[in-house]
Design a protein around this ligand. Sequence first.
Ligand SMILES: [Zn+2]
Length: 233
Amino acid sequence: MREVRNIVILTGAGASAESGIDTFRAAGGLWEQHRVEDVATPEAFARDPELVLRFYDMRRAAIQEKQPNAAHFALARLDREWDGELLIVTQNVDDLHERAGARRVLHMHGEHLNAWCTYCDVRSRWRGPLIERPACPECGARALRPDVVWFGEMPYRMNEIYAALRQADLFVSIGTSGAVYPAAGFVRDARELGARTLELNLERSQGSAWFDESRIGPAGELVPAWVEEVLGG
Ligand SMILES: [Zn+2]
């Protein structure tokens, strides 16, 4: 086995679940009788902006009440102590990796705590509601939308992600269902490019067969143990 220098980690909903951030799966994917797929699209925003903004205002407020869990803190420790390359690619739109102290984080699906001005294209840090159509701090236009990648939109910074995957010796997937592309394909790309692949998940994911190793259990237990192994070994 080649020596591990470069690590790419992909985190998904399972990494934040123990912090109490739900994914609406428990509710059958419903929010106030709306399918989440029907409030998380550009078409929904065009059709009923109030509904979409209200949904994201609620989510933005909710994540600010949550705290990072043991998985976030363990990854932040890895980030601090690992002197090789490391990239934590997250599908999560909360800021719990950062609040735990991680710095090398890439939000491929955007962030709840950003507002994106569709007029001047600038993203501003944003904690309050957007429903009243506040002015963009940069240009003054009332054209802010949640900076979250909606269904049918392209995830962010894919070039950086693929560049990191090409260099990776180890690819670790944490708490993702393996159902949503392109993230679901990262394991295959990493593997074909020669990386070892490890999955830490509550259950075997749809892409499980692509992993060299799968460890099944809660992220709050598996991730700290794995980080200890990597840093201690
Ligand atoms: Zn603007």
